[in-house]
Design a binder for this molecule. Structure first.
Ligand SMILES: [Zn+2]
Length: 199
């Protein structure tokens, strides 16, 4: 188990390497890497080892308990590939908004979220970082084609272009674990990382 494979992403979520579980834990322990889960949330060694493992999870005995085996890690300080312009995509909007509906504040799975134009397109709102937010289906329906103030709804945070570069790339590498798929899978990638076109 300790010598099985872990996908390594650089700071920009680009797959750069494959390492062992043992090495992955070392990097995490030293604060050089974080685990990335299925919702693209990241965890340091401590927060990851505190997650409870279910019977379905692969685990390894560590720090006196059963810790889930990471399958994808992100190097926190490594960015050999030059910084790029932040891709304006569905995935990156959800990442920016922490998978949280920007009206009711509920954190959701990505499949339960939608993109909302704060100023509706019908009223001239543009598809840009500062006019698009993550929104749950209920709030989306409630808001309809109205501005927040017209629907008596409030944004929990005004949307802005993020400063980090959560760009995800893919290539045709062999997928050894399901957890790797979002970083390689063309269908998933295309949907989540498609450049949203400004009107
Ligand atoms: Zn909502």
């Amino acid at each position: 188990m300790l010598s099985s494979n872990v996908l390594v992403l650089n700071r920009s979520y680009i797959p750069i390497h494959i390492t062992s579980v043992r090495r992955a834990f070392c990097l995490m322990y030293q604060g050089l890497a974080r685990v990335v889960d299925g919702q693209f949330e990241t965890f340091d060694f401590e927060s990851w080892s505190e997650l409870s493992a279910s019977v379905h999870d692969e685990t390894v005995g560590l720090v006196g308990r059963m810790v889930r085996v990471p399958r994808v890690i992100l190097l926190t300080a490594y960015d050999r590939i030059p910084r790029r312009v932040i891709r304006f995509s569905r995935l990156n909007v959800y990442l920016r908004d922490n998978n949280t509906c920007q009206y009711c504040g509920q954190k959701m799975n990505r499949s339960e979220l939608n993109l909302d134009h704060v100023i509706p397109r019908m009223q001239g709102g543009k598809t840009l970082w500062d006019n698009v937010v993550a929104c749950c289906f209920d709030c989306n329906r409630r808001k309809g084609g109205r501005r927040p103030e017209e629907a008596s709804m409030h944004l929990i945070r005004h949307p802005v272009r993020p400063k980090w570069t959560p760009f995800i790339d893919f290539s045709m590498r062999q997928i050894l674990y399901e957890e790797w798929r979002p970083f390689f899978n063309i269908v998933d990638f295309t949907y989540w990382n498609l450049e949203l076109k400004p009107d």
